[in-house]
Ligand binder design. Structure first.
Ligand code: SF4
Length: 486
């Protein structure tokens, strides 16, 4: 059953009563959203598009065609702001081309760079019409009207109202177009204040959405054909949203509730902090068949000295203990992580401790970065900044170690049969791309009719970043609950 959406599809705007009074809004206007950074931003971009769809905006994949361009920015990585300014140079030229054709093009900057830089963005890039912070995108329709009517608008205040309450339900048609896997934000912000990170400043304090609102969103997604849901949050396992009993629920309780939603075949969550892996979350990995045996659990460094300087609030031993508890109940758990090399004060011995941790854990993959100071964070002012050559050399060695671990993990999959959720057509005709329970992409010769289905696939080949497989004749070999491991 497909439930009616609150607003109708994205093209139904002419009939929709909205707060927008400008004439142009009644026809379909084109929206181009470019996302930088993490999955939270991808999700936010989709919700911005949903919000504006209700006002008559139709998404386009070509910035050249757009009446409204939104750059949804990320501030977490090096030179993020510079990348945005360089992209804004390109958008300025598109705006000028629109002016020449007598077509007004609005440019908006959203997300964490917008939150951090505010009006400075318009000072440096005068073509920008609107700057909207990461907590304010539910106000986009009104802000766009104000920008059209009054000129430049900056809104980076943390609002009193909850943006999730104010957002329209995701449109079913838009959801369907986005495929069989969906992200759902359940938590935002962070109270941990790692000394290298801007998130507590750009996204604010930890907040969690109420359980029933998440359940309702997931029900809409499954009605629209979604089979895999990934719960996202900056610190997702600090989730503490209000449950049906009016008490704060943990992430494990939320996962248990969502596992009971008909049509939810797979659940994942990201990104987690090692300190917030409680016993109930470990038990969820044991008890919920829908919870996939894969976990992104950032550690950042293997050295206690560096972990303390980063204010990570856990030691190497604490991290290893979490991994042991999880693997005790789910021996095949595929772990991935984030690492920062060259944090201020990191010595050769500290870096060696990181390398040894990588070997000890046996990651299925990891993201790794050179430390770069983020203005306004404590790490930027620490003594002992590490020189670029040393950072580069350490990063190179770390990535080699991570790649070796990933290759070993993938090799162990060879010849085994897994359940694969087929997501989309592959690179070549007759191929589909799906995901194993461990989140590895796998290319399979299979008919397009299988998109959205879960099938048994035997792994026949391994490349550095993906697997190759063929449809299995026999049933699926379920991932081991304990004992065997990949
Ligand atoms: S826990 Fe994650 S989001 Fe929070 S401050 Fe640390 S790195 Fe940033």
């Amino acid at each position: 059953m497909i439930r009616p959406t609150r607003r109708g599809g994205p093209l139904a705007s002419a009939e929709i009563g909205s707060g927008l009074k400008t004439t142009g809004m009644k026809g379909s206007r084109k929206l181009y959203v470019k996302s930088f950074g993490c999955q939270m931003n991808v999700y936010d971009s989709q919700r911005m598009a949903d919000t504006l769809a209700a006002e008559g905006y139709v998404e386009t994949g070509r910035a050249e065609d757009a009446d409204l361009v939104i750059l949804n920015t990320c501030h977490i990585r090096e030179k993020a702001a510079e990348k945005v300014y360089s992209e804004l140079g390109r958008m300025r030229r598109l705006k000028e081309a629109g002016d020449a054709e007598g077509r007004r093009v609005l440019i908006a900057v959203a997300g964490c760079v917008a939150q951090a830089e505010g009006a400075e963005i318009i000072r440096r890039a005068p073509a920008v019409d609107l700057v909207v912070g990461s907590q304010n995108y539910h106000r986009l329709p009104d802000l766009v009207v104000r920008a059209e009517r009054d000129g430049k608008v900056v809104d980076t205040q943390f609002p009193a109202e909850d943006k999730f309450d104010a957002l329209p339900a995701p449109a079913s048609a838009a959801t369907r177009a986005r495929g069989v896997c969906a992200f759902v934000t359940v938590q935002e912000g962070c109270d941990k204040f790692c000394t290298f990170c801007v998130v507590p400043y750009t996204r604010g304090a930890e907040t969690s959405r109420p359980v029933e609102k998440i359940v309702a969103e997931v029900e809409r997604l499954t009605d629209a054909g979604v089979r895999e849901v990934t719960l996202i949050g900056q610190n997702v396992n600090a989730y503490h949203g209000t449950g049906s009993d009016a008490r704060p629920w943990s992430l494990a309780q939320l996962l248990g509730r969502l596992a009971a939603v008909p049509g939810v075949d797979r659940l994942r969550y990201t990104t987690s902090h090692p300190r917030d892996v409680g016993d109930d979350l470990v038990a969820a990995h044991r008890d919920l068949p829908q919870l996939m045996p894969q976990l992104h659990l950032p550690v950042q460094s293997g050295s206690d000295r560096v972990l303390a300087a980063m204010n990570r609030r856990h030691t190497r031993a604490d991290y290893l203990d979490v991994v042991t508890r999880l693997r005790r109940v789910r021996s095949d758990l595929a772990l991935t992580s984030d690492f920062i090399v060259g944090f201020p004060g990191e010595t050769d011995d500290d870096f060696a401790a990181t390398l040894s941790l990588v070997g000890e854990i046996g990651y299925a993959g990891a993201y790794s970065f050179k430390y770069s100071p983020r203005p306004g964070t404590p790490g930027a002012d620490l003594d002992g900044q590490v020189d670029e050559d040393t950072k580069s050399e350490r990063l190179h060695r770390l990535q080699e170690a991570i790649d070796r671990g990933q290759a070993a993990f993938n090799r162990r999959c060879l010849g085994r049969t897994f359940s694969v959720l087929f997501e989309r057509p592959g690179r070549h005709a007759g191929q589909l791309v799906g995901r194993t329970p461990y989140l590895q992409p796998v290319q399979v010769e299979a008919p397009a009719s299988l998109i959205g289905e879960i099938g048994a696939v035997t792994i026949t080949g391994v490349a550095s970043n993906s697997l190759f497989g063929s449809l299995a004749q026999a049933g699926v070999q379920q991932p081991a609950r304990a004992g065997a491991g990949v």
